[in-house]
Design a protein around this ligand. Structure first.
Ligand code: GDP
Ligand code: MG
Length: 162
């Protein structure tokens, strides 16, 4: 079976937009309101002739209750069943407490994690992404999922990690 890449992060950081970049078509649903992606949704992808599966997830939140808890549980299952995890942070917001809690969950999983600094739409924000080295997940990859900036380097890193 093709290797599996799970895309996780807080609601609204741009996971579904990034998934569409990674798969090269607009299939994952992008919404301004959080909580649209509830389950784990797999998409077939191909980069430099290598096939893999990209799994979009709903926003991960610690201590969530009810429906939000169910969404967070799905994200954790996606991490546990992935070969590589792409962890998305909104660089215009920076690392929040929720992001730090997610890092702990990711460490427990012991999966290879690639840190994406999304919404790096311009050079200033791209430079800002270096502040995310402090999260302890290695090199932050500045990306604009919306405009495509940086997505080639990210795909190369994802394939290297598989
Ligand atoms: P998700 O909840 O993490 O899946 O986030 P979505 O992909 O649904 O995106 C949430 C909002 O962020 C939408 O309005 C997107 O258009 C916007 N967005 C996503 N990626 C970017 C980006 O790279 N730059 C900017 N400026 N906005 C983005
Ligand atoms: Mg989404």
């Amino acid at each position: 079976p093709a290797p599996v890449v799970a895309v996780v992060g807080r609601p609204n950081v741009g996971k579904s937009t990034l998934v569409n970049r990674l798969i090269g078509r607009r299939q994952a649903v992008v919404e301004d309101v959080p909580g649209v992606t509830r389950d784990r949704v797999p998409y077939d992808a191909n980069w430099n002739g290598r096939r893999f599966t990209v799994v979009d997830t709903g926003g991960w939140e610690p201590d969530a209750k009810d429906r939000a808890r169910a969404i967070a549980d799905q994200a954790e299952i996606a991490v546990q069943t992935a070969d590589v995890v792409v962890f998305v942070v909104d660089v215009t917001v920076g690392a929040t407490d929720v992001d730090e809690a997610a890092v702990k969950m990711l460490r427990r999983s012991a999966k290879p994690v690639i840190l994406v600094a999304n919404k790096a739409d311009n050079q200033t924000l791209e430079i800002e992404a270096t502040s995310l080295w402090s999260m302890g997940l290695g090199e932050p990859y500045p990306i604009s999922a919306l405009h495509g900036r940086g997505s080639g380097d990210l795909l190369d890193a994802v394939l290297d990690a598989m």
